[in-house]
Design a protein around this ligand. Structure first.
Ligand SMILES: [Zn+2]
Length: 396
């Protein structure tokens, strides 16, 4: 079994060791050392990266008590020097130690127990066994957790025998039997854990709950600690300052300004809708005045280039609102669309007319009811021919 140096000293970055075993694994080489400071992926915490004799360590995992390092080169048997990436390790220790503090703060302030923990690349999450948390509760939890941080309490690792476990006051029962490794945040939290932790709570830096959401009967809390919290704050601060500057207002006036803007946009939408309807009414009247007169009815025929087909459809409906009107309209865009409509007092079948027209020109298709039919799928230049043909059919 590999000696886990990260368990006795989580701050150890450089170490000497002997290669015990080496083998190829796909395009990588797997290496087992007699001792290592590289933490393997486990307990929600991702593995370390770094180098062994200048060769990159890209993955680390545990296999039957041995720690396997996947490296990008070949290592000879013998002594080697390992170096872990300290920035990544420190980040993991901040998130992990922060999680212990946050989980106990949730338990103390709301009674919610942590079910699981995931340390992600950008943010970390814990799942809580509750289906409701108010903003006020969340603020209390955050305040409690950050108070523990600022009190800079010692974080101590020790072992408990199986007999000591039931009465030790662990936050939740351990998943392993026998002697258990526990992490104690002085006079606050005691948890069984095999991860790497900071020596004191102050090193965690700020603990910040970014968001939370209900997932079935639990709540997933996304949080950031230490440098991650600072980076997040910096990014949001820059965004807010930029927005405030673009509105030429103070940053605290932003919410009000955005609400005002939303109301203005809604009002503009309403005005625009009214104006569009008025314009369509006007257009319909103008088209009716130029319509092809028949005995007791008239036909409006027109193709519109580059116009929203839905608007052409609405125009057709507006035209046949009056009695004795047939509207044969086309929309010419990437593809051609046809809209045939007639007033309710006329007998013609627009669905049939549209089908016959498409069949006769040999492209496009569609259908609809007797009073309104629409078709598409024909090359845009065919629209003019289709309208002329439909007019001819209707008047012959
Ligand atoms: Zn832990």
């Amino acid at each position: 079994m590999t000696v886990h140096l990260y368990h006795s000293d989580a701050y150890l970055c450089t170490f000497d060791a002997h290669v015990v075993r080496c083998w190829s694994l796909e395009d990588r080489n797997a290496v087992v050392l007699d001792q290592t400071a590289f933490y393997p992926t486990s307990g929600g915490q991702p593995h370390d990266i770094g180098t062994i004799n200048e060769m990159s360590v890209v993955d680390v995992y545990e296999e039957n008590g041995d720690i396997v390092h996947l490296i990008t080169g070949n290592l000879p048997l013998g002594s080697v020097r390992g170096q872990i990436d300290w920035q990544r390790r420190l980040d993991h220790m901040q998130q992990h130690t922060g999680q212990h503090i946050l989980s106990q703060a949730f338990l103390a302030e709301t009674g919610a127990q942590t079910l699981s923990f995931h340390l992600g690349k950008d943010t970390s999450t814990i799942d809580l066994n509750t289906d409701h948390l108010s903003s006020e509760q969340m603020t209390r939890v955050e305040d409690r957790a950050n108070t523990i941080v600022l009190q800079n309490r010692p974080v101590i690792i020790r072992s408990l025998t199986q007999e000591e476990v039931p009465t030790a006051g662990l936050r939740k029962p351990p998943s392993v039997k026998g002697t258990v490794r526990v992490v104690a945040v002085e006079d606050f939290d005691l948890s069984a854990c095999g991860g790497t932790h900071l020596k004191s709570t102050g090193e965690t830096g700020m603990i910040f709950v970014r968001r939370w959401e209900r997932q079935h009967k639990k709540i997933r809390v996304e949080f950031l600690c230490g440098w991650r919290a600072l980076r997040d704050h910096r990014q949001k601060n820059n965004a807010i300052l930029h927005l405030a500057q673009s509105f030429s207002i103070g940053e605290w006036e932003l919410l009000e300004a955005v609400e005002r803007l939303q109301a203005e946009v809604q009002s503009c939408h309403r005005s625009l809708k009214t104006l569009r309807e008025q314009a369509l009414d006007h257009e319909a009247r103008s088209l009716l005045s130029e319509a092809h007169p028949q005995d007791h009815w008239k036909i409006v025929v027109k193709a519109f280039e580059g116009r929203d087909p839905q608007e052409v459809r609405i125009l057709a409906l507006r035209l046949v609102h009056e009695e004795g009107v047939v509207a044969l309209l086309g929309a010419v865009n990437d593809m051609g669309r046809l809209f045939f409509a007639r007033s309710s007092d006329l007998p013609m079948d627009m669905g049939e007319l549209l089908r016959e027209t498409c069949e006769a020109i040999g492209s496009g298709g569609g259908g609809g009811r007797a009073n309104l039919a629409q078709g598409g799928g024909l090359p845009s230049q065919e629209v003019y021919g289709a309208l002329a043909l439909a007019l001819q059919k209707l008047t012959s």
